[in-house]
Design a protein around this ligand. Structure first.
Ligand code: PMP
Length: 398
């Protein structure tokens, strides 16, 4: 049974981590990572999380199963975070939220659910997008195409291309949209652009699937939910995959949620029942710890405030690193425009580095980035930024 099995293709980012691990240079830097690191270069344990965990351990609670769709106070808190505490949707009977295994799990639940219901099984993702979008939807049985998004000429958004691309898709295509802090480019839609996207999506009867993995990393928790809330106002049915991996620094606990907004109250019960079938036949019910911790923080005014402060610290640190990187690149003599790095949002920057320049950074300087030129700005700190800026400048100037 196992002898015909062929080796699966290597994950490019894992390969990069291996090369970084094998590099013996003391001042090596890994900009390929997809996690937030603090000034000490470590994944932080947030104080709000620690406090919630201490309280939970002190409870010595028994470990019964959670319901199939997860912890109810968690699911409700996720809805409030997405739509706002005073959103009419909360009382509308049109919301379904199921706790999931991170944002990835939420996307997979949504993919499996839609696959069973839909006649057309076509998904459109942005070009470029988070690597796993394509693989995940293909593995779920979909044909995956992309719509224009990033414009290398401006290092910004190709809005006209994006709108035309969405227009040209067959009616009813599932359209994956990054709600904020686009991964990998860091390029987001302006607020006015979202209304145009909603207009096309509505006319073409597409199925919007919003992916929000960085709420709080752009502007703040409220503003980063702008796209979600505009879709909510539109009255369209849509799906949202939430991830708390980054915003709570809870990567390994796998805390996420799938939320579905139905067109009317009558749709909700059948949709929930089908979603529960998807969950039940996959992993039965979700794990307890991460959701308990996140629910404790989101539902306690004191812990929520502490969390918001810590989230702001992470966001501000990344912003300062962007400003410092631009200044240092310019000081090191880079003539080309690099201001766009400052305008990008979230943890990542499409730096404009070519594949060859990325290879030189690794070979000559021990600085590792993704071959697309994506760098993790959250991996920069005051100890490594000079080395990174000087090395980038060296390969950009030649
Ligand atoms: N969507 C996007 C855009 C992401 O960048 C990520 C994580 N890198 C995810 C979803 C998945 O998040 P999680 O780790 O919670 O599964």
């Amino acid at each position: 049974v196992f002898s015909p099995v062929e080796l699966a293709p290597r994950d490019p980012i894992l390969g990069l981590n291996e090369a970084f691990g094998a590099d013996t240079r003391a001042n090596k830097v890994n900009l390929g990572v997809g996690v937030y690191c603090n000034e000490e270069g470590k994944v932080p344990l947030l104080r709000a999380v620690q406090k919630a965990e201490e309280a939970r351990v002190a409870e010595h609670a028994a470990r019964a199963y959670l319901p199939i769709d997860g912890l109810a106070p968690y699911d409700l808190a996720v809805q409030k975070l997405l739509f706002g505490t005073d959103s009419a949707l909360l009382q509308s009977g049109r919301l379904i939220t199921a706790q999931s295994l991170g944002g990835t799990g939420a996307l997979k639940l949504g993919a499996d659910f839609l696959y069973r219901q839909a006649e057309k099984r076509l998904v459109a993702i942005s070009n470029p997008s988070w690597e796993n979008h394509r693989s995940l939807f293909e593995a779920a049985g979909y044909e995956v195409v992309d719509y224009p998004y990033y414009d290398p000429a401006t290092n910004g958004l190709n809005l006209d291309g994006m709108l035309a691309g969405l227009e040209a898709l067959p009616e009813g295509t599932v359209v994956v949209l990054h709600a904020c802090c686009h991964n990998p480019t860091g390029v987001d839609l302006a607020l006015a652009d979202w209304a145009k996207v909603i207009d096309v999506v509505t006319r073409r009867k597409h199925v919007p699937f919003l992916d929000i993995a960085y709420q709080g990393f752009g502007e703040n928790l409220e503003d980063d939910a702008f796209a979600v809330r505009l879709f909510a106002e539109s009255g369209l049915p849509f799906l949202i995959a939430s991830s708390f991996s980054k915003s709570f620094s809870l990567y390994g606990e796998r805390v996420g949620a799938l939320t579905m907004v139905t067109a009317n109250q009558g749709e909700t019960a059948p949709v929930l029942s089908q979603l529960k079938r998807v969950i039940r036949t996959n992993y039965s019910n979700p794990p307890t710890h991460g959701a308990k911790v996140v629910a404790a923080v989101l539902n306690s005014p004191e812990l929520y405030q502490l969390w918001e402060e810590e989230l702001a610290e992470m966001r501000d640190r990344i912003r300062h690193m962007r400003i410092a990187l631009v200044e240092k690149l310019q000081a090191a003599g880079v003539q080309t425009d690099v201001d766009f790095i400052q305008r990008q949002r979230g943890m990542f920057s499409y730096s404009g580095l070519t594949k060859e320049q990325v290879a030189r950074l690794a070979d000559e300087f021990g600085i590792y980035a993704v071959s697309s030129g994506r760098i993790c700005v959250a991996a920069l700190n005051t100890s490594n930024i000079d080395a990174v800026a000087n090395a980038m400048a060296a390969v950009m100037k030649d």
